[in-house]
Design a protein around this ligand. Structure first.
Ligand SMILES: C[S@@+](CC[C@H](N)C(=O)[O-])C[C@H]1O[C@@H](n2cnc3c(N)ncnc32)[C@H](O)[C@@H]1O
Length: 249
């Protein structure tokens, strides 16, 4: 489609009124995950809130990842599944010379991103389904999936598509998402289905996918952080999710 900007968001795909966005936003509301502008501006720091503990773990993983990126020479970065854009903001502060495209298919949270981070000229909120053809955005050297890869049905397909839209020596980073050992995936699928049913949104299961380490084997990848089993069980203030880097070459 012809690019248009509305309420600070650049549209490169036709917005979908039904389907994923609607079901996802209703669940987010029920889970208390839709935050006010002033809360979003301070993320990953969130206090006096039901999700304070969860965000404490996200602070830990954010710090680790930003440390890795802070000296990198990057010009363009895509965060795919950026939501309200808090992590795109953090990335752009860590890599001040880069433009960070906060990409999502959730117009409501992208508008919040445009509003909350309007002073940061290095963040561009974009409504784009990565599988749609577009020639408007530059090719990034880095694509980050932060807590979003589980919304893409096939790991192989999203990795190959990411390679297509990025530079020749680009990297993909997957953070704050569960990736399962093959023998644990089935139990996890059942747990998720039961969870969404219990919340009154069984249809969200259709949009939530369980990826395995096995699917990564055919790619040049490295696990940069793997939580220990003990830390997972005991909490220990450490993120329960791995951090994975996939290199195009
Ligand atoms: C749990 S949120 C993560 C938001 C943010 N990255 C964070 O770390 O807090 C997952 C996001 O992925 C987005 N998403 C799901 N499917 C997508 C798709 N096909 N293309 C782009 N974004 C998608 C959702 O709309 C949602 O905003």
């Amino acid at each position: 489609m012809k690019p248009v900007t509305k309420n600070g968001v650049l549209y490169l795909s036709e917005p979908q009124e039904h389907g994923f966005e609607k079901a996802y936003l209703s669940l987010r509301e029920k889970e208390n995950r839709l935050l006010s502008d002033s809360q979003v501006a301070k993320l990953p720091y969130l206090v006096n809130h039901a999700l304070e503990k969860e965000w404490k773990l996200r602070q830990e993983s954010t710090e680790r990842v930003l440390n890795y990126f802070k000296d990198k020479e990057l010009v363009n970065v895509f965060e795919i599944g950026a939501g309200n854009g808090w992590f795109s903001n953090q990335l752009s502060l860590a890599i001040p010379n880069a433009t960070v495209y906060a990409i999502d298919v959730n117009a409501k949270e992208l508008e919040q991103c445009a509003n909350v981070f309007s002073k940061n000229k290095n963040i561009k909120p974009v409504y784009w389904n990565i599988f749609d053809k577009q020639t408007f955005l530059p090719k990034p050297g880095l694509i980050v999936y932060n807590a979003s890869i589980q919304y893409f049905p096939l790991l192989k397909e999203i990795i190959l598509r990411s390679f297509e839209v990025m530079k020749a020596y680009g990297e993909i980073h997957i953070i704050d998402s569960p990736i399962y050992a093959k023998n644990k995936a089935l139990e996890a699928i059942e747990r998720s289905e039961n969870y969404y049913k219990s919340q009154g949104f069984p249809e969200v299961s259709k949009f939530y996918f369980h990826h395995t380490f096995e699917e990564l084997e055919k790619f040049n990848h490295k696990v940069l952080y793997q939580p220990s089993v003990l830390a997972k069980i005991l909490g220990k203030g450490k993120s329960p999710f791995p951090w994975i880097r996939i290199s195009k070459y």
